[in-house]
Design a protein around this ligand. Structure first.
Ligand code: HAM
Length: 424
């Protein structure tokens, strides 16, 4: 569209031709969450910028360079949510949901990050987010993981693998951080610019570097699993035992540190080899300190978020064919009076056959053009009304699939006839 208004880079339209897979996935997610006793929560898409700075951390990529932040008319600094956990934690505090209570919550919706767009990485993307608030684990940690393992089975996706790690408590992590800084300082010349910058603010993220020149140095770095406090170590061991008992395969990745600061103890990521470099399809972990850090009463919690675009792509690659939402009946009408009668008939049929899809072929055109649209809609039957049918108080019922035939039936009997024909 030259000269027209362009879409924003990295923000996609989901067109009717693609919506089937989205709906298929969303239906599976709703069913999954309900099957595990999780309740839906909806929180705003914008929050005070301070919420994300405090939750995700000042020295993270998200806060440093990816947030859509703006001042509103009142001069408040607001940010489009880059993720859902901070908003849900805020909601639990501001709605008085804590006080020793437990909540199993989920939400679905758009998130915004100003990243460099590429396949699988967008500036507006969607997450299915699950949070278990008030649970110390490790049983609930295992529950969240078996829940996702079930989802992959239900969706028929086999190319996903689970990686686990534990980040320990803030104290054990701080001690590990010192060790790590000491190690990297000893090799400062070998650090790339990004890692040198991270050394001061967020040295654990150096372990996440994708730079090939850094890999040998990273491979020699001290491992966080060797520096866990006893309680975290036990927690992590119990999680692994629970997963083995549940038959969920996993590998321990001592370099899995996650890009958000609020994590403690369990962190995990489901990755795939089917999507190229954007290989994380679902990631999360425990954030026992976050709610207290935001001013709520100390409450342990854990959650994860799944990237919907990435899983839709996996479904597409796997050749998943979603149930088609085609109309059952398409009403073709020609002539002013016939069009009004057709509109009224469509309403009556929607009352009489509430589970059937009745499409009214608005938009005019001759019978031929209307039949072409009826055919393209995928409907099984067409109802035809013209002046001659109106005068005789009948409607023509035409089979659009299989053997072509057309019968006439009295207006008053259309509903019953249609139901019978559709059951055949
Ligand atoms: P995250 O790892 O930043 O974690 O994002 C979770 C998932 O969202 C990723 O694994 C990926 O599938 C998807 N994702 C992230 N960024 C993009 C993007 N730019 N384009 C497409 N998909 C993307 C979180 O957001 C945490 N809030 C997860 C969590 C919940 N932790 C505890 N509770």
């Amino acid at each position: 569209m030259s000269g027209g208004i362009q879409p924003i880079r990295g923000m996609n339209d989901v067109l009717p031709a693609e919506i089937g897979l989205w709906q298929h996935l969303e239906a599976a997610l709703r069913e999954l969450a309900a099957a595990y006793g999780y309740e839906e929560i909806r929180v705003p898409v914008v929050e005070h910028t301070e919420l994300f700075k405090r939750s995700i951390g000042e020295f993270t990529d998200i806060v440093e360079k990816e947030m859509y932040t703006f001042s509103d008319q009142g001069g408040d600094s607001l940010t489009l949510r880059p993720e859902a956990t901070a908003g849900i934690a805020r909601a639990a505090i501001s709605n008085g949901m804590l006080r020793g209570q437990k909540h199993k919550l989920w939400c679905i919706g758009p998130m915004f990050r100003h990243e460099r767009p590429q396949k699988g990485r967008y500036r507006q993307f969607h997450q299915f987010d699950v949070e278990a608030i008030g649970f110390e684990g490790p049983d609930v940690d295992a529950e969240l993981i078996v829940m996702m393992a079930r989802l992959w089975r239900v969706l028929g996706l086999t190319r996903v693998r689970l990686k686990l790690n534990s980040l320990g408590t803030p104290e054990s992590r701080a001690a590990y951080r010192d060790k790590l800084v000491q190690y990297f300082r000893g090799h400062e010349q070998a650090l790339d610019a990004d890692s040198r910058r991270r050394l001061g603010g967020n040295p654990l993220r150096i372990l996440d570097s994708k730079n090939p020149d850094m890999q040998a140095l990273i491979a020699g770095a001290p491992l966080i699993v060797d520096h866990l406090d006893a309680a975290s170590s036990e927690h992590f061991g119990a999680l692994q035992a629970a997963l083995r008992a549940a038959g969920v395969d996993f590998s321990i990745d001592p370099r899995l540190v996650r890009g958000l600061d609020y994590y403690s103890r369990t962190v995990f990521e489901w990755t795939t080899d089917a999507l190229g470099s954007q290989d994380a399809v679902c990631s999360g972990g425990r954030y026992d300190g976050l709610i207290a850090h935001l001013g709520g009463e100390p409450t342990p919690a854990i959650g994860f978020a799944m990237g919907i675009e990435r899983v839709v792509e996996l479904l597409r690659q796997a050749g998943t064919v979603p149930a088609a939402h085609m109309p059952d009946v398409y009403i073709v009408a020609q002539g002013t009076r016939a069009v009004s009668a057709g509109l009224a008939l469509a309403e009556r049929l929607r009352d009489e056959l509430p589970r059937r899809r009745i499409a009214f072929g608005a938009g005019g055109g001759n019978f031929k053009a209307q039949f072409r649209r009826a055919d393209r809609s995928g409907a099984r039957l067409a109802l035809v009304i013209g002046d001659s049918e109106l005068e005789r108080g009948v409607v023509a019922v035409k089979n659009l699939r299989g053997e072509a035939n057309q019968i006439e039936c009295p207006m008053s009997e259309v509903g019953t006839r249609l139901e019978a024909a559709l059951k055949e």
